[in-house]
Design a binder for this molecule. Structure first.
Ligand code: BG6
Length: 511
């Protein structure tokens, strides 16, 4: 007898109903992503009554292991990585629905074996031929897996069932390779079957950007170059490269964070209002915004982008090593762990409003935020007072941690003399909605199960993103940095990053 899914009585679900019955196939089932994020996210979906009763998991990887050992391993790991206390009763649901097979991702025999495993699983669990494949593997296998799945006819949609593939990031390592991967995948499966994941879009605070901008009457009228001076987007991390030195050495901060996560934030902040939440309409607007970013040439790069690499330093009183001393990193590495850049958006809304972006490892604080800086008011009224300068009002969308929104403005300091001081109004998600146990992958996995691609990158969005960073990659490759390391762990990045904002006395917001 199997444990059944609790009935959906919760209104917490974004779509309100569980995903379609399906088999969830994980390539890379013994890897980090599976234990740290995918299983905890599936567990949270189950706990919120959002997994279909007719559901099964098939794990695939190159490690030899029995299904029994696989279940035991995941059962142990979930206790460590779940975002909530794991109930044995709920875990039984997975235990009764999980199997494992080993195989070489490049060998067609693996996919024949998978085919029979899926037919068996499908019959046993009543998942009507719907298969969701997740590529939690090294990027070099993305194209290969899709090709092999199609070769084994596992991606063919017929008789009312669906087949979908989630492709992890990074999607390509530059414009050319991303487009080659798009072509390779596009030759095997349709765009509606392709779910290019960017986990930033699974974050509630990121999804809230559209609700905030378009669900309120008083922000949108000010959201343009008449009132906004500039926008700053910061994604700062205190962690270093952890155990991912080998990956990071060939990736670097620009590729790792900008074409996907940071440009997703840029497009949500800058896009025009879509006519509906229909996935194509929303994605059209996002892509249009990315295409409006002014292309730069490799020659112009030094005045538009700054790179950095951390040296030793201190974070929270702890001594941190230099990037070059991290495991699997070349002691003479030229890889950037920090990037700051400026974007010009050549459309009617944003012409003349620079977007400044920065991201880095081992920064002073873990912080992801979007700061909108409004133009300062004219000073006429205050000429005869002691107020020398009127400050720019600021609106900050705190993406993480301390999720919320704050507005800073000037107020008169009580007393007989006219004096102004900056004050803040703060909204915190936790105060209103409590804090939900989430990995950020729940919505994304559920969306795949119901076939809603709104939060996934379309081929043309990926293309538009790489077009923005490609000239920088090219220029940096042609001229390796000579000043690395150029910022201390625990600082806000290299000094040169402030030169990007020099114009008009602008400066990076700190903390
Ligand atoms: C990943 C990057 O995509 O995002 C990592 O590869 C980075 O280098 C991570 O640390 C940041 O994600 P989050 O959700 O912790 O901000």
């Amino acid at each position: 007898m199997t444990t059944s899914v609790p009935k959906n009585t919760s209104a917490a679900a974004s779509h309100g109903k569980p995903g379609d019955p399906c088999v969830f196939v994980i390539f890379g089932a013994t890897g980090d992503l599976t234990k740290r994020l995918l299983m905890p996210a599936l567990y949270n979906l189950l706990a919120n009554k959002l997994l279909p009763d007719k559901f099964a998991i098939v794990g695939v990887s190159n490690v030899e292991m029995s299904s029994e050992d696989f279940r035991k391993q995941l059962g142990d790991e979930i206790k460590q990585f779940a975002t909530t206390k794991v109930s044995d009763d709920l875990w039984k649901f997975f235990d009764q629905r999980m199997s494992y097979m080993s195989g070489d991702f490049k060998d067609p025999a693996t996919y024949q074996k998978l085919r029979s495993e899926l037919e068996k699983t499908d019959k046993a669990h009543g998942t009507p031929g719907n298969y969701l494949f997740y590529t939690a593997v090294s990027p070099s296998f993305f194209g290969e897996i899709v090709k092999q799945l199609a070769g084994a006819r596992l991606t063919t949609e017929a008789d009312g069932h669906w087949r979908r593939v989630i492709i992890e990031k990074p999607f390509g390592h530059d414009l050319e390779s991303a487009n080659a991967l798009n072509r390779e995948i596009g030759a095997c499966i349709n765009e509606h079957q392709t779910f290019r994941i960017d986990h930033y879009l699974g974050k509630e605070t990121v999804q809230n950007i559209l609700a905030f901008r378009f669900g309120n009457g008083f922000f949108e009228p000010l959201w343009n170059n008449t009132y906004i001076d500039h926008v700053q987007i910061t994604v700062a991390e205190t962690v270093g490269v952890e155990e991912r030195g080998a990956f990071y050495e060939v990736t670097g901060a620009l590729r790792d964070m900008v074409p996907n996560h940071i440009l997703a934030l840029v497009s949500l902040t800058g896009m025009e209002p879509p006519n509906s939440f229909d996935s194509e309409t929303v994605r059209d607007e996002k892509t249009k915004l990315l295409r409006a970013i002014r292309p730069i040439t490799p020659d112009e790069v030094p005045s538009w982008a700054v790179r950095g690499q951390y040296g030793p330093g201190t974070i929270d009183g702890k001594q941190m090593p230099a990037y070059r001393s991290e495991p699997h990193v070349d002691p003479k590495s030229g890889t950037e762990t920090y990037v700051a850049m400026k974007l010009a958006i050549d459309n009617w809304r944003w012409s003349g409003v620079p977007f400044y972006l920065r991201t880095g490892k081992r920064m002073a604080q873990r912080l992801t935020e979007i700061a909108i800086k409004f133009k300062a008011p004219p000073a006429l009224l205050f000429r005869q007072t002691g107020v020398k300068q009127l400050e720019q009002n600021g609106l900050v969308l705190h993406i993480q941690p301390n999720e919320g929104i704050s507005l800073s403005f000037s107020a008169k300091v009580p007393g007989p003399v006219v004096k102004l001081a900056g004050v803040d109004m703060n909204f915190k998600y936790a105060d209103y909605f409590g804090s939900a146990a989430s990995t950020g992958y729940e919505t994304l996995l559920l969306d795949c199960m119901i076939g809603d691609p709104s939060l996934f990158q379309r081929a043309d969005t990926v293309d538009a993103g790489w077009r923005v960073v490609d000239p920088i990659l090219e220029a940096w490759k042609a001229k390796p940095a000579t000043d690395f390391p150029n910022y201390a762990a625990g600082s806000w990045g290299p000094a040169a990053a402030s030169d990007l904002l020099k114009h008009g006395g602008r400066k990076w917001k700190e903390g």
